[in-house]
Design a protein around this ligand. Structure first.
Ligand SMILES: Nc1ncnc2c1ncn2[C@@H]1O[C@H](COP(=O)(O)OP(=O)(O)OP(=O)(O)O)[C@@H](O)[C@H]1O
Ligand code: SF4
Ligand SMILES: [Mg+2]
Length: 356
């Protein structure tokens, strides 16, 4: 088994909730990320899925050090990055880069593509000394499938897919080992999504990258991920290999999410069991006691309000073998096939990779 390149333990980000304009008084906190444990293995793609507001972007920003955690550890090759500062932190940050969701707002409209992609070299001149930057940037444009001659153009002269390629080139500029991609294709047209996903896969194998891939589209996450973590209200509630999560989910929340995925085959649609979630997602400022999913869980019992279920292989599966034996934070975990086996949620047909 490959080693963990990133180990996340007990990661927490609480934002203070304040009242008053001049004299701010803290009246609570928004628990955006509330105790996340996960490993990113070298060379893998770890997918993260979950509803809007569950803390995916906050988690991503902490992984790339754009946000400081309230508590917890992020160990990169064994060293806790949250304790580093100065030159040591800078060296680690170089190796963990981010690709953002929105290619329209994440690129500065007043900078040329060459300046955007080459900007990280201002902070890390050791990667590309001044004289070699233009050539490096042109190489990067070529790597992401754009014409190196575009180096002097501005972002508005590109399509959405091309802009995301520019964002990816910028993410690659410092030759990182890890890329955290937060909804990298969500803002793109369906046909372009496939091309960008293909590009990310090719780059992963060419440059031995490890990916954290965040998205709310379950089909895309299944297509690209080796393992998948399902997030709910600031925590990972189920974690396993993609087939374990998609074909053998044991957490009621995952089962509900999967049951909402459209099934193209009408025959399979008739036989599938739907799980309809009731109620709204609670506010991250008021997280329910015990199991945080209990207010919407059709299986909730008294124990669920009293005891926090830990993310581990549930006792019922500990002595078994097979795909149901994976981490699931539920006191009453059981397998439920919500997506018909014959017809797993297929990724959209992926085309070859022409220019987006
Ligand atoms: N700077 C901030 N200050 C206060 N609350 C914040 C801040 N950033 C995020 N939050 C809150 O933290 C929670 C998690 O937000 P986050 O953006 O991480 O969710 P998400 O899973 O990425 O959602 P989406 O799928 O919509 O992108 C939300 O309730 C959000 O309102
Ligand atoms: S612990 Fe209880 S409330 Fe939480 S998911 Fe399991 S059954 Fe539902
Ligand atoms: Mg987000």
């Amino acid at each position: 088994m490959p080693e963990a390149i990133l180990e996340v333990r007990g990661l927490v980000k609480h934002y203070p909730l304040t009242r008053g304009i001049l004299f701010k008084k803290q009246i609570g906190s928004v628990k955006a990320v509330d105790g996340v444990d996960l490993d990113l293995l070298a060379g893998e793609t770890l997918g993260i899925v979950g509803e809007s507001g569950c803390g995916k972007s906050t988690l991503a920003k902490m992984l790339v050090h754009l946000e400081r955690p309230t508590a917890g550890a992020i160990r990169y090759k064994g060293e806790d990055v949250t304790k580093l500062s100065g030159r040591a932190l800078k060296a680690v940050r170089r190796n963990i880069q981010m690709v953002f969701q929105d290619p329209y707002t994440s690129l500065n409209p007043r900078m040329t593509v060459g300046d955007i992609i080459g900007e990280p070299y201002e902070i890390h001149p050791e990667v590309a000394p001044k004289g070699s930057r233009r050539q490096k940037v042109q190489e990067l444009l070529d790597v992401v499938g754009l014409d190196p001659e575009y180096v002097n153009r501005y972002p508005h002269q590109f399509s959405g897919g091309q802009r995301q390629r520019i964002g990816i080139a910028r993410g690659l500029a410092l030759q990182p080992e890890i890329i955290v991609a937060d909804e990298p294709v969500s803002a793109l047209d369906v046909s372009v999504q496939a091309q960008v996903v293909n590009l990310l896969e090719r780059l992963q194998s060419d440059f031995s990258l490890s990916y954290v891939f965040i998205a709310h589209d379950l089909s895309i996450v299944r297509h690209i991920s080796d393992r998948v973590g399902v997030m709910y209200l600031g925590r990972i509630v189920e974690l396993g290999e993609d087939a374990e999560i998609y074909d053998h989910p044991t957490h009621p929340y995952t089962q509900a999410l999967l049951s909402a995925v459209p099934v193209p085959d009408p025959e399979a649609r008739v036989h599938r069991e739907r799980v309809i979630l009731t109620g709204d997602v609670p506010s991250p400022a008021h997280i329910p006691s015990g199991c945080r999913f209990r207010t919407r869980c059709w299986k909730a019992q008294e124990r669920c309000a009293l005891e926090v279920p830990l993310l581990a292989v549930p006792a019922v599966f500990r002595l078994t073998e097979g795909p149901a034996r994976h981490d699931s934070a539920c006191h009453f975990a059981e397998e439920k096939h919500v997506v018909p086996h014959e017809e797993p949620p297929r990724p959209r047909p992926l085309e070859s990779e022409p220019e987006a």
